[in-house]
Design a protein around this ligand. Structure first.
Ligand code: GLN
Length: 306
C-alpha cells in the first residue's frame, strides 16, 4: 500500500485488508482483530463506526499513521500497550508497559471474590488487592459492589510506584460519578507484599485477593514475545519454582485477615497442589478450586478461622 497511496485513492476497507495481511505475514496471532483494533484506535471510533466508514477514502495521514502502528505491532509489541487500554469486567482499564495487561481468566478471581463477599452478609467489607498492577482486580471488585449499593474499602498495593500511578489513574477515571468519596474508599500502598502493610494488621481484611507473579524463571524465555519482551518481568517472575509469592502470601496472610476471612488467589494451571499445601500449613481451611474457561485450574480460595 506504500507505493500506491499517491497513485490511486485507498479505501478504508483496502487499508484494513493490507494491515491484516502484513500482520499475518509477521505471525501476529489474531491479525484480523488487531488490524481492526488499530484502525478503530486511529479513527477514534468503535466497531460500528469502522464499518460505516469502510468505503470512505483514507487520507495520507491516516495511511502513514496506520502503517507505523502495523510496524510496531509487527515487532510483537502488545496491541494493548499501543491502544493503551484493556477491557476487564466490563471496564476499560488504562495500561502501559509499567503494568501487566489484565487477562480475561483473572475475571474468574473477581467473580469468586464478589460471590464470597455476597455470602458474608449485606455489609461493606475491607478488602486487599496484593500485587494490584493496573488495579483491575481491586477496582472492578469495588465498582461491582458499589453498583450493588455497597461501599467497601479497598487497599491496592504493589511493589512498583509506576504501577500504583496507573492503578490510581484507573480508580479515578473509572469511578466516574462516585469520584467525590472514592478517595476515602480506595487506598494505595507501595509495598513489597506485606512489608509496608504493618498498620493494616490491627483492623484486618475480610478478603485478600491476589494475582501474584507465578511463572517459573526458567520458563519465561518460552513465553510469547509479546509477554516476555514487553510485559514487566516483575509482574511475571515467580522465581525458580514459580511459587515464591504463594509461600510468602500463605505464611503471612493469616495476620492480616479478620476471623473467618478469605484469601483468593489466581494460580498457574499446575500449581494447585503446591499452593494447597502452603495454605494448609498456614492454617487455612475450606480450600476450594475454580477452573478457567479452558478447564484449567485457575483460582484457589481458602478461609482462615482463628
Ligand atoms: N493484579 C494485576 C492483574 O491481575 C497484576 C498482576 C501482576 O502484576 N502479577 O492483572
Amino acid at each position: 500500500m506504500e507505493e500506491k497511496q499517491d497513485l490511486k485513492p485507498v479505501k478504508i476497507r483496502e487499508l484494513l485488508q493490507a494491515g491484516k495481511r502484513r500482520l499475518s505475514e509477521h505471525e501476529i496471532l489474531d491479525s484480523e482483530y488487531d488490524a481492526k483494533a488499530l484502525l478503530i484506535y486511529l479513527l477514534n471510533c468503535d466497531m460500528t463506526g469502522l464499518f460505516l466508514r469502510m468505503e470512505d477514502e483514507a487520507d495520507g495521514r491516516l495511511i502513514q499513521d496506520y502503517e507505523a502502528l502495523i510496524d510496531k505491532r509487527n515487532s510483537h509489541y502488545p496491541l494493548q500497550y499501543i491502544t493503551g487500554t484493556q477491557n476487564f469486567m466490563g471496564y476499560d482499564f488504562h495500561v502501559n508497559v509499567g503494568v501487566l495487561i489484565p487477562r480475561q481468566d483473572t475475571e474468574i478471581l473477581v467473580e469468586e471474590a464478589l460471590l464470597t463477599a455476597g455470602s458474608m452478609g449485606n455489609k461493606p467489607l475491607r478488602v486487599l488487592d496484593l500485587c494490584t498492577g493496573s488495579g483491575c482486580i481491586g477496582i472492578s471488585y469495588y465498582l461491582k459492589r458499589r453498583e450493588a449499593g455497597l461501599r467497601d474499602t479497598v487497599v491496592l498495593s504493589d511493589i512498583s510506584a509506576k504501577a500504583l500511578r496507573i492503578a490510581k489513574e484507573n480508580a479515578v477515571s473509572l469511578s466516574g460519578t462516585y469520584d467525590t468519596d472514592m478517595e476515602q474508599d480506595i487506598l494505595f500502598l507501595e509495598s513489597d507484599l506485606w512489608n509496608r502493610l504493618e498498620e493494616e494488621k490491627a483492623e484486618g481484611f475480610s478478603l485478600i485477593l491476589s494475582n501474584p507473579p507465578y511463572i517459573r524463571t526458567g520458563e519465561i524465555p518460552e513465553l510469547m514475545p509479546e509477554v516476555k519482551d514487553y510485559e514487566p518481568i516483575t509482574a511475571l517472575d515467580g522465581e525458580a519454582d514459580g511459587l515464591s509469592f504463594y509461600r510468602r502470601i500463605a505464611k503471612d496472610a493469616p495476620d492480616f485477615l479478620k476471623n473467618g476471612g478469605y484469601l483468593i488467589l489466581e494460580i498457574g494451571y499446575d500449581q494447585y497442589e503446591d499452593v494447597c499445601g502452603f495454605l494448609q500449613n498456614g492454617g487455612f481451611s475450606e480450600i476450594e478450586l475454580r477452573k478457567d474457561y479452558a478447564g484449567l485450574d485457575r483460582v484457589i480460595k481458602a478461609r482462615y478461622c482463628k
